[in-house]
Ligand binder design. Structure first.
Ligand code: ADP
Length: 142
């Protein structure tokens, strides 16, 4: 068990459905500390940069168009085992496959519009956090 950081993004569907407060409440109730948070709208190019690892996949165009379609809320989170615990909290990528009680199961419409992003490793968590926040904006909160 180690204290880890992960990057969450409340996606444009989460903002449009006015679920920002509800999803943050669930994240905090699950024991995650918020170290940094902002609201912004990514350009298409910024979304392509963030998801560069998926460049070439059939859903890349749909994904980057969606992620740049409106405001989103990136959040740096800290907790023991943050990466895997956050992915458990949000559920499987496709809400049809997500476990009961997970954020995606409860709120997501489809695999494309699935409410929330979570880093898949601590290394990616660090890189993804740096995509939105300079280190001095990531504030220790204990
Ligand atoms: P996760 O976000 O659960 O880590 P992936 O890294 O596999 O999932 O994919 C990144 C994002 O790309 C997903 O959250 C989803 O929004 C989108 N995506 C993945 N697969 C598809 C698909 N088959 N069709 C449309 N969008 C997809």
């Amino acid at each position: 068990m180690a204290i880890e950081r992960t990057l969450a993004i409340l996606k444009p569907d989460c903002v449009r459905k006015e679920l920002v407060g509800e999803v943050i409440r669930r994240i905090q109730r699950a024991g995650f500390k918020i170290l940094a948070l902002r609201m912004l709208r990514m350009s298409k190019r910024e979304a392509e940069g963030f998801y560069a690892v998926h460049d070439g996949r059939p859903f890349f165009e749909e994904l980057t168009t969606f992620m740049s379609s409106g405001a989103c809320v990136p959040i740096v989170l800290e907790k023991e085992d943050a990466v895997s615990d956050f992915r458990e909290l949000i559920g499987a990528t496709n809400p049809d496959d997500a476990a009961d009680g997970t954020i995606r199961k409860e709120f997501a419409d489809s695999v494309g519009e699935n409410i929330v992003h979570g880093s898949d490793s601590t290394d990616n968590g660090r890189l993804e956090a740096a995509y939105f926040f300079p280190e001095h904006e990531i504030v220790a909160n204990r």
